[in-house]
Ligand binder design. Sequence first.
Ligand code: SAM
Length: 276
Amino acid sequence: MTTLALDTPVLARQYEDLSDKQYNHGKLLLGDLGLVHGQRVLDVGCGTGRLTEYAAGLVGEAGWVVGVDPLPLRLEIAKRRAAANLLFREGRSENLREFQAESFDAVFLNSVFHWLPEKAGSLAEAYRVLKTGGRLGISTASKERPHALEQVVRSVVERAPYDAYPVTSATTPYKVTSEELTALLEQAGFRVRSIEIRSFVDQFDTPATVIDFSRSSSFGNFLGALPDELRLTAIDEIKSELAKLRGPEGIVLTRNLIFAVAEKFDSSSTTRSIAS
Ligand SMILES: C[S@@+](CC[C@H](N)C(=O)[O-])C[C@H]1O[C@@H](n2cnc3c(N)ncnc32)[C@H](O)[C@@H]1O
C-alpha cells in the first residue's frame, strides 16, 4: 500500500534533480492538451512544480496555473518558483473542493494516476472543476506493457526471503491498461479524444542512480512492503542485476506510458438535441 508518510527532504531534492524523465514526457502531455494563451490550468500531483512552471509559460500572463500536491516537502521546492500566474496548494486529487465547479480549461495528472489506489473519486473531481469542453490529460504507467525496471525488480523480490511479503507491484502500484483507463474516463462522464502507449528509452549511468530515481519518484514507497533490513538487501541485489545490464551506453531501460486526453462534454445538450 502506498503511503504519503515516507517523503524526506533528501528524496524531495533528488526528485527535483532526477525528474527530467517525467518533465520531458510531461511536455508531450501538455502538447497533446494543446494549452493556449489565457487558459486556466490545474496540475494535480504537481510534485516539485517543474512542469507546472512550464505550463504557466504556455498560458502566459493572461492565464494562470495552480499546482496541488499532498507532499509538503515537494511543495516547499515548488513554491520557490516565482511567477505571477503560478500558484501552489496542498491537496489531493480526490478532494479538490477548494476549487469551484467549472473553473479550469484544462486539468492534468503527469505520472500521478498510477499512485492513486482509488481512481473514480479523482476523475469525478477533475470532471467537476473542468469547464464544459475542458480537457483532462493523463500520463500513467501501462499495466499491459510494464516498465523494464519492473522485470528486474520482480526477478529479485520473487526470490526468498522477499517472496514472503506482498509485493503486489514491484514499481508503480496501481497501474491500469488503456482499456481500463478508457472505461474509467467514460464512467466519469468524459469523452476520450486520444489514448495511446508511448515508449521512452532511459539511460542511467549507475545502478545507484536507478535506485535514487525510483525512491524519489515513489516518495519513499519503492519496495515499501519489505521490512527496512530486507529492503536494503533487496536493493543491493537489484543493483547487482542492473549492473549486469550495463553496456557502452550505460543501463538502458524502457518505460511504457499511456497518454490520454479526454473532454468534458455536456451530456444534457446531447440528450436535449436527441429529444427535440
Ligand atoms: C512521480 S511524482 C510526479 C510529479 C509531477 N506531476 C511531475 O510530473 O514531475 C508523483 C506525485 O504524485 C503525488 N500524489 C500521490 N498521491 C496523490 C494524490 N492522492 N493526489 C494528488 N497527488 C498525489 C505525489 O505527492 C507526487 O508528487
